[in-house]
Design a protein around this ligand. Structure first.
Ligand code: AMP
Length: 390
């Protein structure tokens, strides 16, 4: 039998391999271990967020393909929590175990230009863009798309890294230098109403489930707050679900994928980005839903039926970035005084500005109340007293 097809289902007691070792792998590992699976993690680092809760932490470079094959041969299936794994790594793993989602999905989603080209060719709504291979391309594209526009590196970008908003023609050369004078994408700047996303899962048999549309607020290009559910019209909800369903089908995803959108002022949706794995905007599902995005990833990878995606209460998630450590250790006890707020910390050893160290999730009677509560808890964590009572 080829390693590509699952000997479904892979049952508890089996070992699942995770490429990558950050917080997404950690929460996947917690979900998998709760269901009696073993988890092996592979990355170049040691004492990682995933490694701290996994059964086995393998530390080796992603381009050590023999080490990757050895890793994959000791597990029943391989998934990933980090899409910037080289394509050769996923291919080497696939020689020894099923890789879910496949390396093909990873290959598309790890490169903005491939991703946008795939979406446009599939007839899906995507932010207008042009491929930029030279400064002359940038000048021409600036004229075609108009300014402001956003120049982004073609590959390996996340959380706004490697992007420059060009507001005037005089900034073109600065922007070109900023992206390293290498292959890039120029996108129209979208004066959106809000940013929303949808996390969905698909099985090998093509079953599709989703966690609804959530609203995301960013700060310095990094996700800051998620509100679930988003307050959107039924037509936006329907469109977002249909687009997500098409994306997962057309990519033949087996696993979890997040579609991030710009919700335009006329109610239309444009896809900003795909993440072929659980996503920061789906972290609330760990506390608020019958089945979390991490458990759905496990179920998809193992060929088990999906659990219910029902959300038990409105929720809001606030990220905790390394910046919070600038004034000393956050006030954990104060944040714990909010009975409807859950604290998640990722076990990262060093707090750096902009680094995602953990998050808070508040559950409340309404999304608005959940938002207020999670923001109040984060202020308490930062040592800012306030009069909010939970
Ligand atoms: P990205 O890393 O491409 O997802 O971008 C991070 C954030 O930058 C997005 O979530 C938006 O808040 C902002 N952004 C990126 N591209 C655009 C765009 N074309 N128009 C307006 N805002 C953008």
């Amino acid at each position: 039998m080829s390693a590509g097809r699952l000997r479904s289902p892979i049952l508890p007691g089996s070992a699942i391999g995770v490429l990558g070792s950050g917080q997404l792998g950690r929460m996947f590992a917690i979900a998998a271990r709760r269901m009696g699976y073993r988890v092996h993690t592979y990355s170049p680092d040691q004492d990682t967020p995933t490694g701290q809760v996994a059964d086995l932490e393998v530390t080796a470079p992603y381009d050590d393909l023999d080490a990757v094959r050895q890793f994959a041969s000791r597990v029943s299936a391989v998934t990933f929590e980090f899409e910037n794994v080289p394509a050769e790594t996923a291919a080497a793993a696939a020689e020894c175990a099923p890789v879910r989602p496949s390396g093909h999905v990873l290959h598309i989603a790890q490169h903005r230009l491939r991703e946008k080209t795939f979406l446009a060719n599939a007839g899906l709504p995507v932010t207008p863009f042009r491929r930029i291979g030279s400064f002359a391309d940038l000048e021409a594209a600036g004229l075609q798309l108009g300014l402001p526009a956003v120049l982004k590196t073609a590959g390996f970008g996340y959380d706004g890294k490697g992007q420059y908003t060009i507001r005037a023609g005089s900034e073109l050369s600065v922007a070109w230098k900023y992206v390293g004078e290498s292959e890039a994408v120029l996108e129209s700047f979208i004066d959106f109403d809000r940013e929303v996303s949808i996390v969905a899962a698909r099985s090998e048999r093509g079953n599709f489930v989703h966690f609804g549309v959530v609203e995301n607020r960013h700060h310095n290009h990094i996700l800051d707050i998620t509100i679930a559910p988003a307050c959107v019209s039924s037509s936006v909800l329907r469109d977002a679900v249909e687009i997500a369903r098409e994306v997962l089908e057309k990519l033949d995803v087996v696993g979890v994928l997040c579609v991030e959108f710009f919700l335009c002022k006329d109610g239309s949706l444009l896809i900003n980005e795909l993440a072929p794995r659980p996503h920061n905007s789906g972290h609330f599902t760990f506390d608020a839903n019958v089945t979390s995005q991490f458990e759905q990833q496990l179920r998809a990878v193992c060929g088990l039926p999906f659990g219910s995606v029902q959300q038990l209460a409105p929720a809001s998630m606030a990220n905790i970035l390394g910046d919070m450590w600038q004034e000393g250790e956050p006030d954990w006890a104060a944040a714990a005084s909010a009975p409807n707020v859950k604290l998640h910390l990722y076990g990262k050893l060093e707090a750096r500005p902009g680094r995602k160290m953990g998050h808070l999730t508040a559950l409340a009677a309404t999304p608005e109340q959940a938002l207020k509560d999670v923001q109040a808890a984060r202020r308490l964590l930062a040592g800012q007293s306030n009069a909010h009572s939970f």
